[in-house]
Design a protein around this ligand. Structure first.
Ligand code: SAJ
Length: 440
């Protein structure tokens, strides 16, 4: 099949699509292309996840407007089905790869899932199939790792036996379907004709700009856009430390700074979690690991953001000490374990670092989280008799808590606010000793 044939099949929605990796990226992708009228075969190594999807049930918890309903519909109409077998992908004209690409302790990318996917995909690739990698990868990875690996595992040559491109995902838990339709996408093919073919495909679901470019630019845009955010958040966090030290209120400072044109001070907070922001700056940095490029700002921003959960632990220890309570043996209740408000996603959660630190200091920890199944217990029971309450995630459910009722349940009225969920005035009026990030 030539690219021209493939473009025609895409235009007529007859192209058979495959999606490898049915997580926060792959599942919404599979759903929206099925909804757009394509025959989609999803593939994942997790048999439970595959079974749930084939039963029309979304394996993703948390608020994902529309996902569960559309998933049920496209499974019912037979447009989407899932498998654990790579072999089932033999007939696919396009295969989108959306597996996770974490970095390890040494900040080196772990491409194990990506390599495994490519090694198993190669042998079943049909002649002329278009492979699109949506996973976030370090600049130059398509050229230096993905292309040779796919040529080797398929025995075909890129741009002849198969076509290859990179279209970095731009999903956000809580807005998975929205972002897929309403956020522009950078489309980078190995050749301009491949890029055009990719754009033909994404035009069926993306309602805004498709920015056509090459693979390297696509890799750079994605890692830079998230490194940018990480640096911006780190700046806000550093300003919050200054405000705490000089007795200022970072929230008021931020509000007035952002009134100045071309200022966009981000939100200080208890830390930076998730599957994108903590990782993508390291993928960007990795691309120059063998070159004489003195990276100082990007690693420093990561260090600032990684220090914030520990800073929240320090604030907690300090507040307890002022109340005459040692941290060892203190009962501390942590509200929020997800990395993001109103999400069930706990990857790289700042709460993990906070809990580990407080436990290291001897505190007894109880955790509640509205969305995370293992922490969904009775909030009122969890806070009962605690010596300090630490809010780590701004779930809507926490914003509406009655602080007076809460005050009556705890042993000591110490409230540590890692996400400015409450105002100091509001908390103190309800009888709490309030300590907030960025508030001296
Ligand atoms: N955070 C702050 N301060 C901020 C913003 C975020 O502390 O001002 C923290 C959050 O609490 C969270 C972490 O950073 O722990 C990441 O939050 P996020 O809002 O960046 O959410 P993510 O990780 O889902 O980021 C995604 C990214 N999207 C993609 O990679 C496609 C990011 O580029 C988007 O900017 C972000 O969603 C978004 O704005 O929706």
């Amino acid at each position: 099949m030539t690219l021209a044939d493939l473009r025609e099949r895409i235009r007529r929605r007859e192209a058979l699509l495959g999606v490898v990796g049915l997580g926060y990226v792959g599942l919404p992708v599979a759903v929206v292309f099925a909804e757009a009228g394509f025959d989609v075969l999803g593939m994942d190594i997790d048999a439970d996840r595959v079974a749930k999807i084939n039963a029309g049930v979304s394996p993703i918890e948390g608020q994902e407007p529309g996902l569960a309903e559309i998933l049920a519909q496209v499974v019912r109409t037979g447009r989407l089905r899932a498998t654990t077998e790579y072999d089932a992908l033999r007939d696919r004209d396009v295969v989108i790869v959306a597996v996770h690409t974490p970095v390890d302790e040494e900040k080196v990318p772990r491409y194990d899932a990506l390599k495994t996917a490519l090694i198993h995909l190669g042998p079943v690739l049909k002649n002329g199939t278009l492979v699109i990698v949506e996973s976030t990868i370090a600049p130059r990875t398509t050229e230096e790792l993905i292309r040779p690996l796919l040529e080797q595992s398929s025995g075909k040559r890129a741009n002849e036996g198969f076509h290859l491109g990179h279209c970095p995902e731009r999903v956000t838990p809580g807005r998975l379907l929205h972002n897929l339709r309403a956020m522009s996408r950078v489309v980078g093919g190995l050749t301009p004709e491949t890029t055009e073919t990719m754009a033909d495909l994404y035009r069926h679901v993306v309602q805004v700009d498709l920015d056509l470019t090459d693979c390297l630019t696509a890799e750079l845009v994605k890692t830079v856009e998230n490194a940018y955010r990480d640096v911006q958040i780190a700046f806000a966090n550093e300003v919050s430390l200054i405000c705490e030290a000089v007795g200022g209120d970072v929230w008021r400072v931020r509000e007035l700074v952002n009134k100045v044109p071309a200022r966009n001070m981000h939100l200080p907070g208890a830390g930076v979690g998730g599957h994108c922001i903590p990782k993508d700056p390291w993928l960007l940095a990795y691309s120059v690991r063998d070159k004489e490029v003195p990276l100082r700002l990007i690693p420093a921003a990561r260090a600032v953001n990684d220090s914030m959960p520990l800073h929240v632990a320090d604030i907690t220890v300090g507040a307890l000490r002022e109340a005459g309570v040692g941290i060892a043996g203190a009962n501390v209740a942590v509200l929020g374990y997800a990395y993001l408000e109103n999400s069930d996603d706990t990857r790289n959660s700042p709460s993990e670092a906070l809990v580990a630190r407080l436990q290291e200091l001897g505190a007894c920890i109880r955790v509640h989280d509205t969305y995370v199944p293992e922490y969904r217990g009775d909030l009122w029971q969890i806070v009962e008799g605690c010596d300090a309450l630490v809010v780590m995630v701004a779930h809507d459910a926490y914003r509406t808590l009655d602080l007076r009722m809460l005050r009556a349940r705890v042993a000591r009225p110490i409230l540590i606010d890692g996400r400015h969920v409450f105002s100091a005035e509001q908390a103190r009026a309800a009888g709490w000793i309030y300590r907030g990030i960025g508030q001296g």
